[in-house]
Design a protein around this ligand. Sequence first.
Ligand SMILES: Nc1nc2c(ncn2[C@@H]2O[C@H](COP(=O)(O)OP(=O)(O)OP(=O)(O)O)[C@@H](O)[C@H]2O)c(=O)[nH]1
Ligand SMILES: [Mg+2]
Ligand SMILES: [Zn+2]
Length: 269
Amino acid sequence: MVGDLVEYEMNKDGSGVIKKILTRKNYLSRKAPRIKGASYRGERLEQVIAANIDNVFIVASVSEPEFNHKSIDRFLVACESSNLKTHIIINKTDLIDDDSYNLWKELYASIGYDVIMSSTITGEGIEEIQDLIAEKKNLFWGHSGVGKSSILNKLFPELNLKVGEISSYSQKGIHTTVTSTMFFIGNNTYIVDTPGIREIDPYGIREEDLSHYFIEFNQFNDNCRFNTCTHHHEPGCAIIDAVENEKISMERYDSYLRILDSIEEDLNF
Ligand SMILES: Nc1nc2c(ncn2[C@@H]2O[C@H](COP(=O)(O)OP(=O)(O)OP(=O)(O)O)[C@@H](O)[C@H]2O)c(=O)[nH]1
Ligand SMILES: [Mg+2]
Ligand SMILES: [Zn+2]
């Protein structure tokens, strides 16, 4: 996987053979996508995205493709369940002319995430990203067309990464970047550009653990009446209480319920 440290031997012809993959300090994964038209139901395997990462940047856009906080929450759950340091980039701010997106920035910032509003057209946020990536291994992750490769080109023009056509980015299923690649950009700093993904289902999450990956829920979890509480309908639920008292945002709770639902649907994880 991208980010793996390996031991290898060189052949005489200059090619190499991997002998050993060293223990990963962490890795990011999701459920492998459903195969279109497949007739079987059931197990979806784990798909590893990258290993040994210090920072994940979840990239979304205000528009084209449309902003969707629920998918940010799904990406966050995947990152939190791997215990990764995660930041949020909301790109393409040049496409809107009001500050309505500050509400989202404030929401995620109040939870404790760095949120960077950015634009590769105006250059907003680019320096902020530059400061956060220094001396780290950084992975850029998100749906297709949100501008991951464009942001990396803006930071490091010499990378010259392929960027989607203007006419194609609002269509679903266009994937300009097709493989994950790590680049060394000096000063102990690495970046990984990844292909945009259509669906993000976190892997290996048990119902009873899900709320831990909504990090602002953790201060309330322990006060639920039942220690098996899934915070769905149970009486004496401290999370539902916190939502009613506006200590947890309705939007985040809604995301939580939807992911909980999708865990229940699966036969295996
Ligand atoms: N208006 C505007 N367009 C942008 C911005 N950033 C990127 N774009 C455009 O969005 C389209 C998609 O950009 P990419 O960088 O290819 O997106 P990506 O996230 O790498 O997409 P995949 O490789 O398919 O995952 C391109 O046409 C870019 O020019 C921005 O800040 N503002
Ligand atoms: Mg790309
Ligand atoms: Zn509860």
